[in-house]
Design a protein around this ligand. Structure first.
Ligand code: HEC
Ligand code: HEC
Ligand code: HEC
Ligand code: HEC
Ligand code: HEC
Length: 408
């Protein structure tokens, strides 16, 4: 069971909970000192897209955190690039182009499908999100209305900037904004990514708890550097946007309880409960390759004698009924859902597992819940670049109990 988190980001890049800690320290440092004085005010391109590097000259605290997010690597990361190359091989440039609206979203406006411009490779970049004027959720897949150039759309009410026009946008504080990319229905009409609709049907939507409330909490940090503007809010929304790669957060959200073990003759029943306490959508959500697996194992003095596995996953099939196991296939070929056993928001699921022919006098019952993602990534070394499989497997929760056979 190798935990290959580092490889997730490909080409040696890695983002862990620890680096987020480091980023927060940097953020505090900026709060205290402001920024080094600059000769020239960096200029926003009022005619088209502006690089995150330019935004980052003034919005340093936000840039420092975004830089380490998966959003900033949505185009470059090795896992995406491996799948994108498979899409090119299987479906050609026109098929693979369908990945760009979310992984290289400025192409929605520039039509740079060759990814020739540096801004396209910036992926989910500052200027894309802050040029979104409206999100249209009624179409086949979500379309956005963009206002590219002078204006920056955001949540602040009384902000003023010498660098760009500011438009107050309540949309940016709502889940509908994220739905632009976190909800996807393909050409066959099948919902491949349903994070937004899972949330919309959940108690969180009724309570008004948005994606941003969980994924972009307010943290200390200046909205703009001191030399640009002295009076600015002292907190920013965390742009790291961590999800399941933040293990502490998954462990807080998902719990596992052992309700009891019954043993009659040579049969053993194990009663468990798995609860999605704190995730605002299904667990797992997003790609159907994200799975959770509950492993229940019986051991006699340390030696495994039997086991059961229960999956929490959605299985998608193509037109011929073949299960799809790769990202590029689900986006383009998924036609229907065979089964969906994921945990809904706030769902507490009772699970009963039974074993036959148990002969031992004493048993240890253990149950472990894992989060898994099996995929591929690009590996680069002296021999060149190639695609290799990666398996991510993290322990979310585990319980254990030792029992003696009744009357034995
Ligand atoms: C020359 C410095 C400078 C640059 C460069 C700059 N900004 Fe700003 N930005 C500001 C200032 C100043 C404010 C206002 C802060 C305040 O009033 O507290 C601001 C505010 C904002 C806001 C808040 C708007 C709101 O209503 O919530 C957003 C969003 C924003 N900028 C995005 C960007 C993006 C995206 C870029 C790059 C394309 C960028 N900025 C480049 C100085 C800059
Ligand atoms: C995935 C889209 C997305 C990306 C990428 C993004 N932002 Fe934001 N940004 C938001 C949202 C959404 C909010 C408002 C969150 C809220 O109010 O709940 C926000 C808030 C802000 C604000 C207002 C202050 C605050 O923190 O609330 C500024 C300034 C800002 N972003 C600048 C930037 C800069 C600079 C970058 C790139 C380094 C960037 N953003 C990247 C979505 C994005
Ligand atoms: C322009 C498209 C776009 C928008 C808008 C967007 N996202 Fe994403 N998001 C992505 C893509 C693409 C990825 C996958 C990046 C990758 O790993 O290659 C992603 C990944 C994520 C992840 C996964 C991180 C992890 O740990 O696995 C989270 C969480 C997330 N986004 C939350 C949000 C939230 C919250 C919003 C709204 C404030 C939002 N996103 C808006 C495109 C977008
Ligand atoms: C109540 C808090 C909460 C809300 C609301 C919420 N999330 Fe999450 N989200 C979590 C937690 C906790 C996790 C980690 C556990 C998991 O994977 O479900 C997570 C994980 C994710 C992931 C990573 C999935 C993976 O397996 O890599 C994405 C993407 C994501 N959320 C997007 C969103 C979007 C988009 C919305 C709004 C439509 C949203 N979330 C609303 C708490 C929340
Ligand atoms: C509607 C927007 C959208 C489209 C279109 C899209 N993706 Fe994604 N993709 C996402 C989001 C959002 C995530 C993060 C999902 C999550 O973790 O819940 C993601 C995640 C991924 C990941 C996992 C990356 C990682 O770091 O874990 C791969 C691989 C991927 N997409 C490949 C593709 C390919 C290949 C295509 C085109 C055939 C494609 N995507 C089209 C939105 C999209």
């Amino acid at each position: 069971m190798v935990c290959a988190a580092e490889q997730r980001f490909g080409l040696g890049e890695s983002m862990t909970y620890q680096t987020l800690g480091a980023v927060l320290i940097v953020l505090h440092a900026w709060m205290a000192q402001g920024a080094p004085a600059q000769e020239q005010i960096p200029e926003v391109n009022t005619e088209g897209w502006t690089s995150s590097e330019v935004c980052g000259e003034c919005h340093q605290a936000i840039h420092a955190v975004w830089q380490h997010s998966l959003h900033s690597r949505s185009w470059t990361n090795g896992v995406f690039q491996a799948a994108y190359r498979r899409a090119l091989d299987s479906f050609g440039p026109t098929g693979a182009r369908q990945c760009l609206p979310c992984h290289a979203p400025t192409s929605r406006h520039t039509q740079d499908y060759e990814v020739a411009q540096p801004i396209t490779a910036e992926g989910v970049t500052c200027d894309f999100c802050h040029s979104v004027k409206a999100v249209n959720l009624t179409g086949e897949s979500c379309s956005v209305e963009l206002d590219v150039g002078k204006a920056k759309y955001g949540p602040l009410r009384h902000a003023q900037s010498p660098a760009h026009r500011i438009v107050n946008s309540p949309l940016h504080t709502r889940s509908e904004f994220c739905a632009a990319c976190h909800e996807y229905r393909n050409a066959s009409g099948l919902t491949v990514l349903g994070t937004y609709s899972e949330w919309k049907a959940s108690p969180y939507a009724k309570l008004g708890k948005q994606c941003q409330d969980c994924h972009m909490p307010l943290v200390p940090g200046r909205v703009v550097a001191l030399n640009v503007k002295e009076k600015t809010p002292a907190s920013v929304n965390l742009h790291d946007i961590s999800g399941s790669h933040d293990l502490d957060r998954v462990r807080e959200a998902i719990t596992l309880k052992l309700d009891g073990v019954d043993w009659f003759g040579n049969r053993v029943w194990v009663f468990l409960e798995v609860t999605n306490r704190g995730s605002g959508h299904c667990f797992p959500t997003g790609l159907p390759m994200h799975r959770a697996v509950l492993e229940v194992v019986l051991r006699d003095r340390g030696i495994e004698i039997d086991r059961r596995e229960i999956q929490f996953a959605v299985v998608m099939l193509d037109k011929e009924g073949r299960p799809l196991q790769h990202e590029h296939e689900v986006f383009l070929q998924a036609a229907r859902i065979r089964s969906d056993t994921r945990l809904k928001p706030k769902e507490a699921r009772k699970i009963e597992v039974s074993f036959r022919k148990v002969e031992a006098p004493k048993l240890t019952v253990s149950a472990s819940l894992f989060y898994e993602y099996c995929t591929e990534t690009i590996v680069a070394d002296e021999a060149g670049e190639r695609i290799e499989p990666v398996e991510m497997k993290f322990l979310v929760a585990s319980v254990q109990r030792t029992i003696t056979k009744p009357g034995g």
